[in-house]
Design a protein around this ligand. Structure first.
Ligand code: C5P
Length: 236
């Protein structure tokens, strides 16, 4: 059986288009995947996504859609023609929402993989309970992950600390995308529960999402290359 591969994704969390393009110019050839979030997408829209894709990067659009099934399906259809390879939706939108979103994606962009977001890692027990969810966050993550994969979702975003549990309860063809990664010795910033790239890859992550350790490095291209080298060691 071949071992799974774990790839690096850059979280493009920068204040404006110019600094983002400058950073991507430095990173061209050093990494393949870029995550564009709400901050950039709401400011610069589809043309910015096309610009990044035209530079040769593959795009994960992190919009975390959550609405009634018809609205989410229509939103996915609205992205038709946009060169994106991954898109996030909230699994707590429920089975019908996820199924309708998957149907819309298969009709409009065969290469698009929808990723389910379970419980945001910013929630603690009390915060989640306040929203009416009685289960502790870790159990709610498992419940939503199962619901998502039962609904046909082929990818989930999760904390690296959830990989081991999720790998036991989800089909093996479901990919796990994990932020909360810090290379050994780097600043954790406000991320509290982190893993190194090597630990996450060994635990079963398919993509690690890394922002500040690359964006704030003296030499971002070298920082990205070092992380990829660490991953390639594990990919065997
Ligand atoms: O700079 P850093 O490596 O912490 O960036 C991580 C990226 O992953 C950010 O875009 C952040 O919003 C995102 N993210 C996260 N933790 C989650 C979900 C998303 O850090 N649970």
């Amino acid at each position: 059986m071949s071992k799974h591969d774990c790839k690096l994704m850059l979280a493009l969390d920068l204040p404006d288009r110019e600094s983002a393009l400058e950073m991507l110019n430095k990173l061209r050839g050093s990494l393949e995947w870029v995550k564009i979030g709400l901050q950039m997408y709401l400011k610069y829209g589809a043309s910015f996504v096309r610009e990044v894709a035209d530079m040769g990067f593959k795009i994960f659009l992190d919009l975390k859609l959550h609405d009634i099934p018809n609205t989410v399906a229509s939103a996915v259809k609205s992205l038709q023609g946009l060169p994106i390879s991954m898109l996030t939706i909230h699994t707590c939108g429920g089975r019908e929402m996820m199924m309708r979103a998957l149907e819309a994606a298969s009709e409009t962009n065969k290469d698009l993989r929808l990723l389910g977001v379970t419980v945001l890692t910013s929630f603690n027990d009390e915060g989640l309970a306040e929203t009416g969810v009685a289960l502790p966050p870790a159990k709610q993550v498992e419940l939503l992950a199962k619901l998502a994969t039962d609904s046909g979702m082929k990818g989930l975003v999760c904390s690296p600390l959830e990989i081991e549990t999720l790998r036991k309860i989800i089909p093996s063809d479901v990919i796990l995308v994990t932020p909360g990664i810090r290379p050994a010795g780097s600043d954790t910033n406000e991320q509290k529960r982190v893993m190194t790239p090597e630990m996450a890859a060994k635990a079963g992550s398919n993509f690690i999402v890394v922002g500040r350790p690359i964006l704030k490095a003296e030499n971002p291209a070298q920082a990205a290359k070092d992380i990829i080298a660490e991953l390639e060691n594990c990919n065997g």
